[in-house]
Design a protein around this ligand. Structure first.
Ligand SMILES: *Cc1c(COP(=O)(O)O)cnc(C)c1O
Length: 367
């Protein structure tokens, strides 16, 4: 009998998350030198990891024979101090993706509903499906989360609302006023997850930690994968109302964040210089692309994050053609945006190369 008859149907039906194409794989398939490839497909930090994190990880290697601190005391203390919160508010995860999963473990079931925006980060939908819950998608005109509409969608069965802010892949943000009005309307039986993976790139940051301090049922997610340049480590964290945090701690595996990663994250969180450099390089890159797209008359979504969504007519074709020239961008068909590609901001050199290659595939060659 086929395995599908024994396995959960909502797992069998799942279409797995499609990651950015790895450099090694591209090099193998196209016979290119890996060093010549520019990957601007996964919103990674083009400056590399924080040098302080690298030093701390080298040191931590010496004790790789020991299990990690299961409670993550040093890392959770560093996080709590950074945000002036209590240790009881901090949950660490194997990437903030794991915290998303822990929220679903804790609050979803087959009768529950999860609300997210139409063009939100696709992991929420995958997780809702994986837990057999109902995924409720709210339109986001102009690619901006409609928090009023999301509050309207809440029912007695709603357990989770995800607000990616800034959102990936759109790069748009919702501000304080909209957030505050939304939180006034959210009933207690709904846990609100503010997924703030790109928060550190904002010039005008909003405050969601006040809801954590008020012990509201919220989880504010941050990550070391983006601004800190540590995507390979898989470290993210949730800043949660203490009741929510206590539940997530139960759902977590004891050693979910490895010791090398914990050590690297502690150092990275204190490396303000690396964060500032990253912000500066990113800002220049955003300006570069926006000016270039305007000049070329290409439609784009103004971004506050470290990537930009641009309408190229046929995203799959442009992705494939650019790949042949060693530049990896992300096609957006999976987000129901087949005309668009998402480009992560790189160094000035990478941005120039990416644009040059984009131009070459958009401009018909004269015969
Ligand atoms: C990149 C990203 C994350 C972070 O994922 P990690 O698991 O921490 O690497 C979370 N949410 C969104 C919206 C993202 O784009």
């Amino acid at each position: 009998m086929p395995i599908n008859q024994y396995a959960n149907s909502f797992v069998c039906d799942l279409v797995a998350y499609e990651t950015g194409k790895p450099i090694d794989e591209t090099a193998r398939e196209l016979g290119l030198d890996p060093a010549s490839i520019v990957k601007v497909a996964s919103n990674e930090n083009p400056l590399g990891p924080s040098p302080k994190a690298k030093a701390a990880m080298r040191e931590a290697l010496e004790e790789a024979n020991l299990y990690p601190d299961g409670a993550g005391f040093r890392l959770r203390t560093a996080i709590a101090e950074k945000y002036d919160l209590g240790l009881e508010n901090v949950v660490i995860g194997n990437g903030s993706n794991e915290i998303i999963e822990l929220l679903c473990h804790s609050f979803l079931n087959r009768d529950a509903e999860l609300i997210a925006a139409e063009h939100a980060f696709v992991v929420y939908k995958l997780m809702a499906t994986l837990f057999g819950a109902k995924y409720v998608e709210v339109p986001d005109p102009g690619f901006i989360h409609d928090l009023e509409g999301m509050a309207d969608a809440i029912t007695p069965n709603t357990r989770l609302v995800f607000i990616a802010n800034p959102n990936n892949p759109t790069g748009t943000v919702v501000g304080q006023e909209a957030i505050d009005r939304f939180m006034e309307r959210v009933p207690e039986h709904v846990v609100v997850c503010f997924d703030e993976a790109y928060f550190e790139f904002l010039d005008e940051p909003f405050d969601t930690l006040k809801f954590v301090r008020q012990n509201r049922n919220v989880a504010v997610l941050r990550t070391c994968s983006k601004i800190h340049g540590l995507a390979a480590l898989r470290v993210g964290y949730g800043l949660c109302g203490k009741d929510v945090a206590a539940i997530l701690q139960k759902a977590r595996q004891p050693f979910n964040v490895n010791a090398i990663a914990q050590a690297g994250a502690v150092a990275a969180l204190k490396d303000d210089e690396h964060v500032e450099q990253t912000r500066a390089v990113n800002k220049q890159g955003l300006d570069f692309y926006e000016a270039a797209f305007r000049t070329r008359g290409l439609e784009f979504v103004p971004s506050v994050a470290n990537f930009i969504l641009v309408n190229v007519g046929d995203g799959d074709r442009v992705f494939k053609e650019m790949l042949k020239q060693g530049v990896i961008v992300r096609a957006m068909r999976g987000y129901k945006l087949p005309d668009w590609v998402r480009i992560s901001i790189g160094t000035a050199e990478q941005n120039a190369r990416c644009l040059e290659v984009l131009d070459s595939v958009l401009t018909p060659v004269a015969v």
